[in-house]
Design a protein around this ligand. Structure first.
Ligand code: HEM
Length: 509
């Protein structure tokens, strides 16, 4: 079996003197947690590292220092965790570990939204939002949003399939998932597959800024006055204003309709037929919430659910393009189960192998590759490692997923490693060896949504198009909130004629 997980790892983070200037000391300090080995890098090296794919050196250091080590990075200092039991402890003890740095870098965009809220505000908002993602809502999304948007993507790709122009599939999947999340969360059609709009530009600018802030070593953007004069910050503030205004307008309009119709939720799995969005559900639930909080929660979903799912699609297609026997198997399943028609909600459980291809892709390319927490109290980690209150912790999901101590043939793409007849893998049934959606109280609220969306999009893509990676392309990885490529992922497409004539009205649903 080929080893397809080989995008170039020589990204911008490798400076000529980087390796030599890194002090590879296994220092034992005199502090409480002296058993944690220290890897120290010089400030300028780390700042360069943080601007690129930090998860790659973190992996290298895991192999050098073991599953827990301290990264002393200039003024910042992280305990890097690559062990499932320690990750489980940190993620499940939410009261002891807050989001810390993540909140600091993305507050300009999320405000007090669910993704970064803490304490009782988070508890209340999580309890309000989770019920909106119920089973009936998901099934309506499959039919009315996921399938429709994926069909439109294929339609948009058809001219490229005819004339053989290479297509940057990373960009296309990003547009697809933005359209999906806009419709599903606030019934707003970004229509980014077709057009450019100020809102789309603003969304990308703000996402990029959050990415950059997470890797800026000096958080100068904390100084309000500087944000008013530095061009990058002015642009980011303007972008956030455009996005917020758009969402606020959507909330006002939706509120008017809900008030006019005197709408109330009268059953647990409530879906409004004309507008099945999460916004409509939240307004009809008559929860006591300010418009500003609602806006911030919806923005959390938009941001958390967009680039993540786009990246899963990109890397799964990449892995399939490098492994013809797995692709054949996945396609055979899609044809057998769907017989040329678009997938319905009930079909998803039968697309078992395709689902395992996606989970295996999430193992090799987790988004984000690193989770960040800050200890709120002194604590003792499994293995008897002590951490002090205020300690920043990086849980390297990438390391856990790639560790040969945790997984056999860890670097290979083997969807079969996840038994087809067992439940879909998650943090619980793998005991935190597989944590692409995190775990514990702050686990992703959109995990089922995202898996369904990815399965539907890939099934339709495999039904309708052949694809091959443009040869000799340097596919390098870099990160922000997700693992993405540095230069795009170009594929050549051609129309697929399967034994099912999908254009025939008798064979479609
Ligand atoms: C949180 C991954 C899709 C909404 C998270 C976290 C991860 C994650 C790892 C936890 C972060 C942490 O612990 O610091 C993913 C991946 C996705 C995906 C890999 C796609 C494959 C979505 C979608 C939505 C969503 C589609 C919305 C519909 C959220 C929200 C949170 C979250 C609101 C914050 C939850 C909280 O803090 O209580 N996601 N996500 N995600 N995700 Fe997702």
């Amino acid at each position: 079996k080929p080893k397809p997980t080989s995008p170039s790892k020589s990204t911008s983070w490798v400076s000529p003197n980087w390796l030599t200037s890194l002090t590879k000391s296994l220092t034992i300090g005199s502090n409480d947690d002296s058993r944690i080995p220290i890897s120290s890098a010089q400030l300028e090296d780390v700042s360069e590292l943080l601007g690129g794919a930090l998860f790659l050196p973190l992996f290298k250091w895991m192999n050098e220092y073991g599953p827990i080590y301290r990264l002393a990075a200039g003024p910042r200092n992280f305990v890097v965790v690559s062990d499932p039991a320690i990750a489980k402890h940190v993620l499940r003890n939410y009261g002891k570990y807050a989001k810390g740095l993540v909140s600091e870098v993305s507050e300009f965009l999320f405000g007090s939204g669910l993704a970064i809220a803490e304490g009782s505000l988070w508890t209340v908002r999580r309890r309000a939002v989770v019920p909106s993602l119920h089973k009936k809502y998901l099934s309506v999304m499959v039919d009315r949003v996921f399938c429709k948007c994926a069909e439109r993507l294929v339609q948009k790709l058809q001219p490229f399939a005819f004339d053989g122009t290479a297509v940057n599939m990373e960009e296309k999947f990003s547009q697809l998932t933005l359209d999906v999340i806009g419709l599903s969360v606030f019934n707003y059609n970004f229509d980014s597959l077709t057009s450019d709009s100020p809102v789309i530009d603003a969304v990308y600018t703000a996402l990029k800024e959050a990415e950059l802030r997470s890797t800026d070593i000096l958080p100068y953007w904390k100084i309000r006055a500087l944000c008013k004069v530095i061009p990058r910050q002015i642009k980011a503030e303007q972008a956030v204003t455009v996005i917020r205004r758009t969402v606020e307008e959507l909330i006002i309009k939706c509120k008017e309709i809900v008030e006019r119709e005197g709408e109330r939720i009268d059953e647990e799995e409530y879906v409004n037929d004309a507008d099945p969005s999460i916004l409509r559900f939240l307004l009809a639930s008559r929860e006591e919430v300010s418009s500003m909080q609602l806006r911030d929660d919806l923005l959390s979903m938009l941001v958390a659910g967009h680039e993540t799912t786009g990246s899963v699609l990109t890397w799964t297609l990449y892995l399939l393009s490098k492994d013809s026997s797995t692709l054949l198997k996945a396609r055979e399943e899609v044809d057998r189960v769907l017989k040329g028609r678009p997938p319905a909600y009930e079909d998803i459980k039968d697309l078992k192998f395709l689902t395992r291809c996606i989970t295996e892709s999430l193992r090799l390319y987790p988004h984000p590759p690193v989770l960040i927490r800050r200890a709120q109290v002194d604590d003792i980690l499994p293995g008897n490692y002590k951490v002090k209150a205020g300690q920043d912790i990086m849980i390297s999901v990438y390391n856990i997923h790639h560790s040969s101590q945790v997984w056999e043939r860890a670097e290979e793409f083997v969807p079969e490693r996840f038994d087809l007849e067992s439940p879909v893998p998650n943090e619980t049934n793998t005991d935190y060896r597989f944590i692409p959606f995190s775990g514990g109280p702050r686990k992703c609220v959109g995990d089922q949504f995202a898996l369904l969306e990815a399965i539907v999009a890939l099934a339709i893509f495999l039904q309708r198009l052949n694809f091959e990676l443009v040869p000799d392309q340097d596919i390098s990885m870099t990160t922000g909130a997700t693992i993405h490529t540095t230069n795009g992922m170009y594929m050549k497409l051609s129309e697929r004629r399967s034994k099912f004539d999908i254009s025939s009205p008798t064979s479609s649903k």
